[in-house]
Design a protein around this ligand. Structure first.
Ligand code: SAH
Length: 260
């Protein structure tokens, strides 16, 4: 029998509770009717086995650990062709899928923000995500203006996805137990038809504003070419505020004014 010894450097904390695994898989609400689901880091396959029960989509998985890959093939009988042995962060998603797909996973904590950033880069292919993150990061992603947790990742994610915090998972249901609690969130893409602002500039502005989050926008965005104050109502109203007080729409508005 193949065994998989948990490895710390790959963030391996295996979920041991089947009912939680089933609940995570059932959180995909399949609203967009995609035909493929990609699981990141299946490990010993506790989510995978529930995913495979759903015949509405074909399941692929990407796993960096060869021991896990062997285990999934030999013990769970998972089709070898559907398991990509490698690093999700290095995958060229366009080469694997030529249509939309959802993403699911209990993400390895050490790279979970990089996973999110990659999802955002490939958002046109990814209509839905159900993911487990370290609780604190999960809360940051879904956080709204006015909250301490609200930051760059909240704005960049919410510009494209409706975000929902679904439930918290206790550290005791993993082997080995992580030091922190986990949170499961769902992202559902907002299908915008026309994007009338420069996305790259938007990302830069959001990052600059939150890099100096205690400063007013007038100061944190002083390097940008802002239209002069009194003529623009929006600018006048927003500049005395701090980044955490602005909504996604406010950041879009600023982006449009700066590039106009
Ligand atoms: N889904 C499983 C395992 C979660 S632990 C469960 O719920 O029990 C995280 C998994 O991600 C591990 O199997 C680890 O080997 C895998 N992993 C870590 N880094 C990865 C990467 N860069 N690309 C793909 N898989 C990765």
């Amino acid at each position: 029998m193949t065994s998989v010894k948990p490895k710390k450097y790959w963030g391996q904390h295996f979920l041991t509770d089947n009912s939680i695994a089933e609940k995570i898989v059932n959180s995909l609400n399949h609203y967009h009717n995609y035909k493929f689901v990609l699981e990141i880091g299946p490990g010993k396959g506790i989510l995978t086995k529930y995913l495979l029960l759903n015949k509405n989509f074909t399941v692929y998985a990407v796993e960096i650990d060869e021991c896990s890959v062997n285990y999934l093939v030999s013990e769970l009988n998972i089709d070898e062709k559907k398991i990509i042995k490698g690093d999700f962060l290095k995958l060229n998603l366009n080469e694997i899928f030529n249509e939309q797909f959802a993403i699911i996973g209990n993400f390895p904590y050490n790279i979970s923000s990089q996973i999110l950033v990659k999802i955002l880069k490939n958002k046109s292919m990814i209509p839905e995500v159900v993911g487990m993150f370290q609780k604190e990061l999960a809360k940051r992603i879904v956080s709204l203006p006015g909250n301490k947790e609200y930051g760059t990742l909240s704005v960049l994610t919410q510009a494209w996805y409706k975000t929902e915090y679904l439930f918290t998972v206790n550290e005791k249901v993993f082997f080995p137990s992580p030091k922190v609690k986990s949170g499961v969130i769902r992202l559902q893409r907002i299908d915008k038809t026309d994007i009338n602002y420069d996305e790259k500039l938007f990302t830069q502005i959001v990052k600059s504003a939150f890099n100096q989050r205690r400063k007013t926008l007038k100061n944190s965005l002083s390097n940008y070419n802002l239209p002069s104050f009194p003529n623009y109502k929006t600018i006048k109203d927003l500049m005395p505020l701090r980044a955490e007080q602005l909504s996604v729409e406010d950041f879009i508005e600023i982006t449009m004014l700066i590039s106009s």
